[in-house]
Write a protein that binds this ligand. Structure first.
Ligand SMILES: *[C@@H]1O[C@H](CO)[C@@H](O)[C@H](O)[C@H]1NC(C)=O
Ligand SMILES: *[C@@H]1O[C@H](CO)[C@@H](O)[C@H](O)[C@H]1NC(C)=O
Ligand SMILES: *[C@@H]1O[C@H](CO)[C@@H](O)[C@H](O)[C@H]1NC(C)=O
Ligand SMILES: *[C@@H]1O[C@H](CO)[C@@H](O)[C@H](O)[C@H]1NC(C)=O
Length: 251
């Protein structure tokens, strides 16, 4: 009888811990800095799901701003060709630099699956990039690094600015290229969203319409408030019930 009580106690404690924390879902986003569908996904689905929500605690995010670019090494230097032209390579490089450099100045809080300043800064860039192309001229864009840094309290925007013009920026972008080339099957469209490291076309499509719904499919236990059919309250009430029964028994 006593052994049973101890086992019950462990189960209850385990359920309590799980109800509070919960496993994270790995989310990888393959996208491009000037792609209209990437902008739409970032600003209307991904970012709103990550800021001031309970579900954000269940996301372990990897951003891969590279997409359908290509890279070759010539005399030890990387050269890139980007889907939406040369300015997109600049935008991708700025984001590759931001991912590295913001983490150095403002590290991700312990236990969080993404850097909130990086995500907010990149969301701002995706949203506010200015198309200053003149009629009949080559495309031209302005990436508002300074404005987006001020709005989002990025402390080292000058370092990001330097990085994008430096060989570091090329090397960071090339790393994202290697990550993109590892995707199986190879990337076909942008953005592509992958959950738990296994590409599923229907998930990627759903995520672009309703990221929260796509993510919730992967949260099996202790669903946060944003997922429908929330099982969290049930799980918490069972563990509270078990614990209160046990406390009565022991006292
Ligand atoms: C997060 O969960 C808490 C506790 O369950 C709840 O009070 C709060 O309203 C939730 N927040 C959101 C944004 O749903
Ligand atoms: C996120 O995933 C990476 C790679 O799998 C892992 O190393 C890291 O610990 C995870 N972060 C959190 C907060 O769970
Ligand atoms: C930028 O503006 C030019 C000229 O108006 C247009 O041709 C181009 O498609 C625009 N680029 C994007 C990404 O919207
Ligand atoms: C940046 O901010 C300044 C001052 O608020 C504003 O005039 C300018 O238009 C902004 N630039 C961009 C690209 O948003």
């Amino acid at each position: 009888m006593h052994a049973l009580k101890v086992i019950c106690c462990f189960i209850a404690i385990y359920m309590c811990i799980n109800a509070v924390q919960g496993e994270k879902v790995s989310v990888t986003v393959y996208y491009e800095s000037l792609c209209p569908d990437s902008k739409k996904f970032f600003t209307s689905q991904l970012y709103p799901a990550l800021i001031n929500t309970n579900i954000s605690e269940r996301v372990n995010l990897t951003l891969v701003p590279y997409g359908l670019s290509q890279q070759v090494q010539v005399d030890g230097q990387w050269q890139f060709t980007c889907h939406h032209g040369a300015y997109e390579c600049v935008g991708n490089k700025i984001q590759a630099c931001a991912i590295k450099k913001i983490e150095e100045a403002s590290p991700t809080p312990a236990g969080q699956g993404f850097n909130p300043i990086t995500v907010a800064f990149i969301n701002c860039l995706m949203d506010k990039v200015e198309n200053v192309t003149k009629p009949g001229q080559d495309p031209e864009y302005v990436f508002p690094i300074t404005n987006c840094s001020e709005i989002n309290k990025v402390r080292n925007s000058a370092i990001i600015e330097n990085c994008r013009n430096h060989i570091d920026g090329s090397n960071y972008l090339a790393e994202l290229g290697v990550l993109t080339q590892k995707l199986q099957p190879p990337l076909k469209s942008v953005p592509t969203i992958v959950f738990n490291n296994a590409y599923k076309k229907e998930d990627s499509t759903l995520a672009q319409k309703n990221f929260v719904e796509a993510l919730c499919q992967y949260i099996k236990d202790n669903k946060p408030s944003e997922c429908k059919n929330s099982a969290t309250s049930l799980s918490i009430s069972i563990s509270v019930l078990l614990l209160s029964l046990l406390i009565k028994q022991f006292l």
